[in-house]
Design a protein around this ligand. Structure first.
Ligand code: SF4
Length: 570
């Protein structure tokens, strides 16, 4: 540690789940040091991922030789951090190590007991407390004045009172963050907190939600959109909690798209479907296709279940407005469901799953409840009894309403849903099966999920061709009278979703001349030189009808290539 009154060398470590996700937290702390610290500390950001070799990450931190190391902790990186702390402590014996972030904020005492290498935990927002801590360690101010600080004293763990969270927080969007993005997903935070207080979530636990000024939000949007990224993701917990504000920002982005904002950049928001209104739908309907992506947490389609987790939802409005948002076709929509909520049985969940699927979102995520430190569901076990994994991410294993067997059936559905639907690979086929063919989505995904699980057992994930052959065989067995139609639908899906020059066995038409068809199509529909084309023959009309796809540009909303069909003069 330097002498009193001297600035510190500080390293801020952020560990993301994947390289493509940048870490915002260390940049927020760096901005906090600039805004609040009395001493001119030198703060470096080190970013890593949970997938990189820990040795490399450790060496990168050690090479910065910090006096103070701040680490941002989440459920996704806490295991990596727990493993890194002992070697970091051994290599940096004089460095002060402080942990913060949502994973340790609500169990700070427990964290200091479990991780003796850490000197401090900061609970809650970190910008101001971290700056005060750095100053105190540099000899300016006292540790007792650092809000939300947990520390050891006389063999006990003590805590300073938390900070009153109000006003704007310093902007992390500076030259350092913009340069470090390097094309990765850019994060922006224009509001903090959430006006709701769902029992499984931490976002509504803080003080009243607050937002930064619209001018600042617009300035940051432009900076991030021009950083070289393809995606700007709002971390605002419920972006449209303040509808009027949300509309101003959506209008701003739509107005700047293709001008101040490069045409290829997309913007991702988490919103509440029942808070959508006509004006917001209008803004989206007239925006460039694919500019906006929305994630809507349905969580459950059962109002009683939602009430049990203290979630207020107008279900009729939610399904109506969400359905209209999807149907307008301008924005990609991702819906979330959570399995394992209190009072929800397997039967109830599957009914909700079917309803959610039939809204035809572009993606439907079947997630499993996680009991986060600090959530009401974790802190009130009598009200919310359930068995959960004691290790992060604390996934629920069973509840009084859903057995472990039920949960594993849902994992089978989840796996098939991701592979077949969320991947975009079999969209048209699944739409037919769950529409005109009248099969319940949950039944269908379970049927196909079991087949996938059996095939993958012992040999790992199937190739796309093997998966296609398997799915076709299973569907043809289930609907033998429709084998030809199913092949045609799967063929069209294949061409639309994947650049294909050679078709898998199940999608080839036996005894017909694909080569000849290809030649005819080239004469009838000349393609641009260098553009690959996928061709297949449909079963209908005895193989005299073809489908083909020129792989030029995907639809910005669906992510699929347009497929054409043509009668062949064979
Ligand atoms: S789940 Fe969503 S709406 Fe509920 S408190 Fe969390 S962020 Fe807010």
């Amino acid at each position: 540690m330097p002498e009193k009154g001297l600035p510190l060398r500080i390293t801020l470590l952020g560990i993301a789940s994947q390289y493509v996700h940048s870490s915002l937290a260390p940049w927020c702390l760096q901005a906090g040091l600039k805004a609040y610290a009395a001493l001119p500390h030198e703060a470096l950001v080190v970013e890593g991922t949970v997938n990189e070799p820990p040795e490399g990450l450790k060496n990168r931190v050690i090479s910065t030789a910090p006096d103070l190391l701040g680490i941002s902790c989440t459920i996704w990186n806490i295991r990596t951090i727990s493993g890194l702390l002992p070697p970091l402590r051994a290599a940096l014996p004089d460095c002060v190590i402080v942990l913060g972030g949502p994973e340790v904020s609500f169990c700070a005492e427990e964290t200091l007991c479990a991780l003796p290498e850490a000197d401090y935990v900061i609970s809650g927002e970190g910008e101001l407390p971290f700056a005060r801590l750095a100053d105190a360690l540099g000899g300016i101010g006292r540790l007792k004045e650092v809000p939300g600080l947990y520390f050891r004293e006389d063999g006990r763990i003590r805590a300073n009172p938390p900070m009153d969270q109000s006003g704007e927080w310093p902007s992390p969007v500076g030259p350092g963050y913009l340069q470090a993005l390097n094309g990765r997903i850019a994060y922006i935070e224009t509001s903090r907190g959430c006006p709701f207080s769902c029992a499984f979530c931490l976002s509504g636990r803080g003080d009243r939600p607050r937002a930064c000024s619209l001018d600042r939000a617009c300035e940051e949007i432009l900076l991030l959109a021009n950083s070289g990224t393809q995606t700007v993701k709002f971390v605002d917990r419920t972006f449209n909690a303040d509808r009027e504000r949300a509309k101003v920002l959506l209008r701003f982005i739509a107005g700047e798209a293709g001008k101040g904002i490069p045409g290829s950049v997309v913007f991702h928001f988490e919103i509440a479907g029942d808070l959508l209104d006509e004006e917001t739908l209008d803004i989206i309907s007239f925006s460039p296709p694919g500019l906006f992506r929305f994630e809507i947490g349905l969580q459950s389609m059962d109002e009683t279940t939602l009430r049990r987790v203290r979630r207020r939802t107008d279900m009729k409005r939610l399904t109506d407005m969400t359905g209209r948002l999807i149907a307008c076709g301008r924005a990609r929509v991702h819906l979330d469901l959570i399995a394992g909520l209190p009072g929800e049985t397997l039967h109830m969940f599957l009914r909700g799953f079917d309803e959610a699927f039939l809204l035809r979102p572009h993606e439907l995520q079947l997630g499993f409840l996680k009991l986060l430190h600090g959530s009401a569901m974790r802190e009130e076990p009598e009200t919310y009894p359930c068995a959960f994994d004691p290790l992060p991410p604390y996934e629920v294993k069973s509840t009084p309403f859903m057995s472990e067997g039920d949960m594993s059936d849902l994992h089978i559905i989840e796996h098939a849903l991701d592979k077949l639907y969320n991947s975009g690979r079999f969209i048209g086929t699944l739409k037919y099966l769950t529409g005109d063919a009248g099969i319940r989505p949950s039944e269908l995904f379970f049927l196909l999920g079991e087949a996938i699980q059996t095939e993958e057992e012992g040999r790992g994930p199937l190739s796309l061709d093997a998966l296609t052959n398997l799915i076709y065989a299973r569907l043809a067995e289930r609907l033998p009278g429709e084998a030809g139609l199913l092949r045609d639908l799967m063929l069209t899906d294949r061409l639309a979703s994947t650049k294909t020059s050679v078709l898998p066995a199940a999608l080839k038409q036996e005894g017909t001349g694909l080569h000849e068809a290809r030649q005819i199509l080239f004469r009838l529909f000349p393609r641009t030189a260098g553009v690959p084309r996928g061709v297949g023959l449909l079963s209908e009309q005895g193989g005299s009808k073809a489908v083909f796809c020129d792989y030029v540009q995907k639809d910005p909303v669906t992510g699929l290539y347009p497929v054409n069909s043509a009668d062949l003069p064979l």
